[in-house]
Design a protein around this ligand. Structure first.
Ligand code: TYD
Ligand code: MG
Length: 466
């Protein structure tokens, strides 16, 4: 009988079986068997020598770190400022970048624009698509045409067979290649469907083997599931040099690009984009836009957030309305649901603002996501303002109120990172005295300072709130 060319290995205990099994006979776990290409058979002699230490392999020379050549890896600039910043200065030759995002978010548009710019700068590029035909890609790239973007100069390969893709990369040896997407390519040696864990792993590692020696930088596009994790490609995270996540809501125009892992730069950077009819446009001054759009109505507050190392002013809105449901609804958009639960508990227990059985909705405007404790105070102020039906206001009440700070379980406000940058950003837009842990030690004091009682001064509010 012919030797099977693939084996199925348990991702938990490593047990190998010739056939797929629902339950691993080694450890008893379910659904852990992943198909892999079988290693070439080691002869009997090979197996015997393997048992004896090194098996005759020659020793390699080791180098002291101070003798290692530190010539900086040259960077390939994509010409999209925000992408280059998130990558830490551009693509590194020979590196593997995984770009994840939900379908329709703009991954193909972003990579197409980057390749267009690189081609315009004289770099050799290749766009491999397993999803769209060359005609479809051309139609999209026609929409991207801008004076600086040579989007139609990009060579494309519409192909799903991994072997053909690898041979083409070897023959063309481009500076940058985009694989859109890693889930659509198919390695003929494996029987699994494209997108299965075994296939995705095989596709990525074979592409890496071909690209690394020639110094080709690879961008692997990967789709993420509804839960936000990289489906299948999650197994690639250790393999690639850089994991970028493109997020936002398809219906909204704003998109954020973040680095979740970066071997050549910081993971604190984030870039903001807007999807327009001519492709993605970098939003270099997102704060100005969000502040000018802030409503200044009850339930609205401006949060001085951090997007990586950049401060960003975003509007946080809350709505508190009577509920007919038990338990009442707690609906969030752009913040963590557990964070809202915590803030509501502290508001009720330590600041005298109970929402009881009312429904509470909290939304970060523009489809922005804020994943930091510094957003707590904004959630608290927006909910308190919505619950009382009174707009927050500083002295004049003309400008929106800005804030930031973490809410502690005992009702105290805790300092968060980069408060000076947040304050500077707020001042830049005329929001003179943001509410922050530096100025108000407790949540109750913070509420007092900006939530005037109807028709009264801020001071009256103190008693109203107690
Ligand atoms: P796409 O890049 O195809 O998303 P992904 O590759 O992540 O699945 O683009 C998604 C959406 O963007 C698509 O619905 C159309 C829209 N779009 C624009 O609004 N303007 C444009 O210039 C382009 C090219 C696309
Ligand atoms: Mg796409």
């Amino acid at each position: 009988m012919a030797r099977p060319t693939t084996i199925h290995t348990c991702s938990t205990c490593g047990q190998s079986e010739p056939r797929w099994m629902g339950q691993c006979p080694g450890c008893g776990e379910w659904n852990t068997m992943v198909e892999e290409a079988a290693a070439p058979a080691a002869g009997r002699a090979g197996a015997a020598t393997r048992l004896r230490g090194s098996g005759g392999a020659r020793a390699a020379t080791v180098t002291r770190l101070k003798d290692v050549d530190t010539a900086r890896a040259p960077r390939l600039r994509t010409g999209i400022q925000e992408v280059d910043r998130v990558l830490g200065g551009g693509l590194v030759a020979g590196s593997l970048v995984l770009l994840g995002g939900s379908p329709g978010i703009g991954k193909s548009t972003l990579t197409g624009m980057a390749l267009g710019n690189l081609a315009a700068a004289g770099r050799s590029v290749l766009y491999v698509s397993g999803e769209e035909s060359a005609q479809q890609i051309r139609l999209r790239h026609e929409r991207l045409l801008t004076p600086h973007c040579a989007a139609l100069d990009v060579p494309v390969l519409a192909e799903t067979d991994l072997g053909t893709v690898l041979a083409t990369i070897e023959a063309e040896s481009p500076d940058v290649v985009v694989i859109d997407s890693v889930q659509t390519l198919h390695a003929a040696e494996l029987t699994g469907a494209p997108g299965s864990v075994g296939q995705v792993r095989e596709v990525a590692s074979r592409i890496m083997q071909v690209a690394k020696p020639s110094g080709t930088a690879v961008i692997l596009v990967g789709h993420v599931t509804k839960e936000g994790s990289l489906a299948g490609p999650r197994v690639l995270e250790h393999l690639v040099d850089c994991v970028l996540q493109f997020e936002g809501e398809r219906e909204r125009t704003y998109r954020t690009l973040r680095a979740l892992k970066n071997r050549f730069g910081s993971t604190n950077e984030a870039g903001v984009f807007e999807m327009r009819s001519g492709g993605l446009v970098e939003v270099l001054d997102a704060s100005a836009r969000f502040v000018s759009e802030a409503t200044r109505k009850p339930g609205s507050v401006v949060l001085a957030a951090m997007e990586g190392s950049r401060p960003l002013l975003v509007e946080v809105q809350a709505l508190v309305s009577p509920s007919e449901l038990v338990p009442p609804r707690r609906v969030v958009n752009g913040i963590d649901r557990n964070r809202l639960a915590l803030v509501l508990a502290v508001l009720g227990r330590h600041a005298g603002v109970g929402v009881g059985t009312a429904d509470v909705f909290v939304n970060v405007v523009g489809g922005v996501r804020v994943d930091e404790p510094g957003a707590d105070l904004a959630i608290a102020l927006a909910v308190a303002s919505a619950q009382r039906g009174i707009a927050l206001g500083d002295a004049g009440g003309k400008l929106p109120v800005a804030c930031f700070g973490e809410v502690g379980l005992t009702g105290e406000l805790r300092t968060v990172a980069h408060s000076d940058r947040r304050l500077d950003e707020a001042r830049k837009f005329g929001l003179r005295s943001p509410v922050s842990p530096e100025h108000t030690p407790t949540l109750r004091a913070a509420l007092r300072s900006v939530l005037p009682a109807a028709g009264g001064s801020g001071r009256d509010t103190a008693s109203a709130l107690v």
